[in-house]
Design a protein around this ligand. Sequence first.
Ligand SMILES: *Cc1c(COP(=O)(O)O)cnc(C)c1O
Length: 396
Amino acid sequence: MSLQNPVFIPGPTNMPEALRRACDLPTIDHRSSVFPELLNAARQGVQTVLSSTVAEVFIFPSTGTGGWETAIANTLSPGDKVLAARNGMFSHKWIDMCQRFGLDVQVIGVEWGEGLPVATFEEVLREDVDHQIKAVLATHNETATGVRSDIAGVRTALDASGHPALLFVDGVSSIGSMPFEFDAWGVDVAVTGSQKGFMLPAGLGIAAFSAKALAAVETASLPRTFFDVRDMAKGYEAGGYPYTPSVGLLNGLNEACKMLLDEGMDNVFARHTRIAEGVRAAIGAWGMSLCARRPELYSDTVSAICTPEGFDAGRIVSHAENAYGVSFGAGLGDVAGKVFRIGHLGSLTDVMALSGIATAEMAMVDLGLDVQLGSGVAAAQSVYRQSAAPLAMAAE
Ligand SMILES: *Cc1c(COP(=O)(O)O)cnc(C)c1O
């Protein structure tokens, strides 16, 4: 790949210069009085981005996967039952983690390309009259298939069935890019990382807890040490960490939140929608379809594009990298070789998106696919011309 080209993978995302600089600090003593200011600002920023006034935000030197573990290990006990749907590689991996923790996972199999089965969740929850299910796992945006699910609907299913299970939401590829309503959706643990919507290098695992999730911490008995939120909470009270924090990344996170909030979350979401619509228009012009089955499932952060039967979609990804120095996402798991993915989240403009569309087009034509050079670009151009972006990220 070329370091001058933007990446079109669904994380890590392109980094604004201002955030790269924010991560680049001299050594700061994390026991000094400077550190708590920086930490508190970052925690407050994340809470605001989550659209919450109550979430208790924990930030680990880790990644999104560590956020999954934080949710599980702090609130559940061995053998506890959890409900989850498998509709892509990321929901699959979270389920796998639960099983490795000795949890009893009721897995609802869902076709990849579909969203979370809210109606089935409600049936299962209604049937669980003695409340054996302790948590429902919900992947908000399945990054492998480009499917956004209805988290408000999962909350309604829990409420309608009068079920007290905790609601865990993987927002790794949605938070900071698509609307996420921690308080309004009654989320109990929200998980994310630093390298997607927050436009930073990988290295932070973020888990936000509700009061109900914090209460569950007191009775949960799964083993936990590194990710124990009780130790972390004690550290925060004393203005620090139970171990050595990633100070530069925390400063970056603080600046990333400021950058998002300065742009305005509604503008950030609108920008992602507009860019995604351009990408989707291009896909239509190529005569291809999305892995996501219906418009209400379309993700505004990543598009998984089905290639013609018998063609290995991975060739587009490797050829684009080798010939043009541009990275796209490969298909994962059940859709490996069947889809390639265009990541369109984080620090991205219409113009950057056009370059990715143009490159994908060149790669497909080179490989002999029946795609017209310029067709996708033209389709995206008309979307972007009709809804010209305010230059909200001009600071970069
Ligand atoms: C990227 C991603 C993860 C994994 O996060 P890491 O930071 O790579 O550990 C989990 N869930 C979703 C939906 C993701 O997109």
